[in-house]
Ligand binder design. Structure first.
Ligand SMILES: [Zn+2]
Length: 457
């Protein structure tokens, strides 16, 4: 009897060990299988450490951006398109961490947790292909407009979230990669998609955040006037303006980008209110573009007072903005205060396992969004010149972000089209490009006109 119970105990212990082992393996499988299968030593997917099998990446019109032909990666047939969408597709060596090739590699290699790397007759099914929301020709147009300057251009549909244009420069032809290390200056940060992963000083585009806070929190803000004699003394510091604007309302202060008026408005608002509206506008958090996380812009004015707070309300101080997140804030203003998170995956059809997200968040009230929209429309009509943006119904704001160190400022231009048929929001940033109006606005004009011509939305 004693022998029997000892045996039972031993069997029981072995059984428990087996169950524990299975559970541990299953848990590890579900958590890590995707990483294991993509390891370069897996010869189902790789040869000599390089990917040999992948689905096709298409643009929104079915144009092939990337495919595998007999184990070699091929890109779009046009060099400018290849270069313009390099950050979207990725290069042959997998250097772009946020590329679709990297972000959706399981889907592209036809791997899934149930079936593994199984494929019929060793061929990938079309279910492994990916259609992006990008318009390849529009990306090429934006790339050309940047004309060798470093920066980014983004355009998206603020009702559906579809990103039509995503360009980051510098870039290179992935079909003929250059020696990046030998030209360190020219290719500085070339593997970074600046649209998704950079954070720049915003300069005056940030006045839209301050204006939103002012509309909601300051009594009689629409009729109040502020005086500007070209500078504003705050304690021992001076906030400077481009010129003496005289008596200005919020509307005039925004159109002329008057620093003195916005300094006074910011001080009236106080740090807590500015912080709250910066957070609502999407600062201090990242967005997920179909799972690809953007870099968060930063606004931290807790306990900040005086001239520093005033500069923060003007978009300087320690503020930084991520281009995609700021574009999404433009989209929220256009879309009655509701921000639709931008996405890059088109609807893939009913046979696809990959799902596209369409996250929404109310960031402004309908009334506040409407008031900001009118102010931004006035900027174009009264200050930027509507004839430069013919037919676009453009609502926008310029930014000229001082970066110090004797460098030229970063040029920003951001906004949207107030059009039912083309609900497009955009952002243009040109590093050390000079003023937003001279450097960035003409790029936006060309790209937006091209988007309307292409009928992309
Ligand atoms: Zn002024």
């Amino acid at each position: 009897m004693k022998l029997l119970s000892t045996r039972t105990a031993v069997v029981l212990i072995y059984s428990l060990l087996l169950v524990w082992g299975l559970m541990t393996f299953t848990e590890k499988y579900f958590n890590n299988a995707s990483v294991w299968v993509q390891h370069p030593s897996n010869r189902h997917l790789h040869a000599d450490g390089k990917l040999v099998s992948s689905g096709i990446i298409y643009d929104r019109w079915g144009s092939i951006l990337m495919q595998m032909v007999e184990g070699a990666t091929e890109f779009h047939k046009d060099k400018t398109v290849r270069t313009a969408v390099m950050h979207a597709t990725g290069d042959v060596n997998g250097n772009v961490a946020t590329s679709c090739q990297a972000a959706f590699k399981d889907h592209l290699t036809g791997w899934d947790i149930v079936n593994g790397a199984y494929r019929f007759n060793n061929k990938l099914s079309s279910g492994s292909d990916l259609t992006l929301t990008l318009d390849a020709d529009l990306c090429a147009a934006a790339y050309k407009e940047l004309d060798g300057r470093k920066g980014t251009v983004g355009v998206y549909n603020y009702k559906t979230g579809e990103i039509l244009c995503m360009v980051s420069t510098p870039s290179f032809d992935p079909g003929n990669p250059p020696d990046v290390k030998a030209n360190a200056d020219k290719y500085e940060g070339v593997y970074i998609n600046r649209f998704l992963s950079s954070a720049y000083t915003p300069g005056s585009v940030f006045k839209l955040v301050t204006a939103a806070a002012a509309i909601d929190n300051l009594n009689n803000i629409e009729n109040n006037t502020y005086y500007c004699d070209g500078k504003l003394q705050i304690g021992g510091d001076t906030v400077t303006c481009q010129s003496a604007h005289g008596e200005v309302t919020l509307k005039q202060a925004l159109a002329n980008s008057c620093n003195a008026a916005f300094a006074q408005i910011t001080l009236e608002l106080g740090a807590d209110s500015l912080q709250k509206y910066a957070d609502l506008a999407g600062f201090n958090s990242s967005l997920e573009v179909d799972g690809i996380k953007t870099t968060a812009g930063r606004v931290d004015v807790e306990d900040v007072t005086g001239a520093n707070l005033a500069w923060a309300g003007i978009g300087q101080y320690t503020n930084s903005a991520n281009p995609l997140n700021f574009m999404a804030f433009m989209g929220a203003i256009a879309n009655d205060g509701v921000r639709i998170t931008p996405r890059i995956l088109a609807d893939q059809g009913i046979f696809s396992f990959i799902t596209t997200s369409n996250e929404q968040k109310r960031v402004l009230s309908v009334e506040t969004a409407e008031k900001l929209k009118k102010l931004m429309r006035n900027n174009t009509v009264s200050a930027y010149g509507d004839e430069s943006f013919k037919g676009l119904e453009l609502c926008a704001k310029t930014g000229t972000a001082e970066v110090g160190g004797g460098e030229k400022p970063h040029a920003w231009f951001a906004g949207f089209l107030d059009r039912e048929d083309f609900p497009l929001a955009f952002v243009v940033v040109i590093e050390n490009g000079g003023t937003g109006r001279r450097a960035a606005a003409p790029v936006a004009a060309k790209v937006l006109q091209a988007a309307v011509r292409a009928g992309s939305s």
